[in-house]
Ligand binder design. Sequence first.
Ligand code: HEC
Length: 136
Amino acid sequence: MKSKNVIFLLAVSAIFILGLSAYKLAKDPWKVPDTYKNKTNPVKSSSESLEYGQELYDMSCASCHGASGKGDGVKGKKMGIEMYDFTDANFHSKFTDGEIYYQSFIGRYRWHDFRSVIQDEEDRWNVVNYVRSMKK
Ligand code: HEC
């Protein structure tokens, strides 16, 4: 009887721990308003656009998302919030340019509102183009 109780307890703890880790790994799905989702990117992904985009990304985004976009920036790793890997093709097929614009500059948390950091509309699209170019 006693050992049965121990096994039961172990099973309950295992389920609890598994549940917790699943909870931590589950990323809330993004809900981007249609006005952004359907926005067309007005800036062509030229070498000039990518150059500007990289400069801004390195300055404002790489500390968290990592220089190559894998989500391995020093600050990002400390936050413990799961981030998409910008080199992963799945990320690129999942979201439109407009969604990436929204995620990057408005975000769903107040701390991820970077509209005042990158104010110029064209510059924001340069960054979106650069993020797109990270796809492997
Ligand atoms: C302080 C750290 C930090 C900085 C700086 C930062 N981000 Fe993020 N970013 C995150 C985190 C953490 C998430 C995941 C948040 C979530 O799931 O809502 C995220 C989410 C995103 C997403 C959506 C994909 C995902 O993982 O959910 C994009 C696109 C993005 N960021 C782009 C940018 C761009 C572009 C910049 C620079 C203008 C930037 N971020 C600056 C931490 C940061």
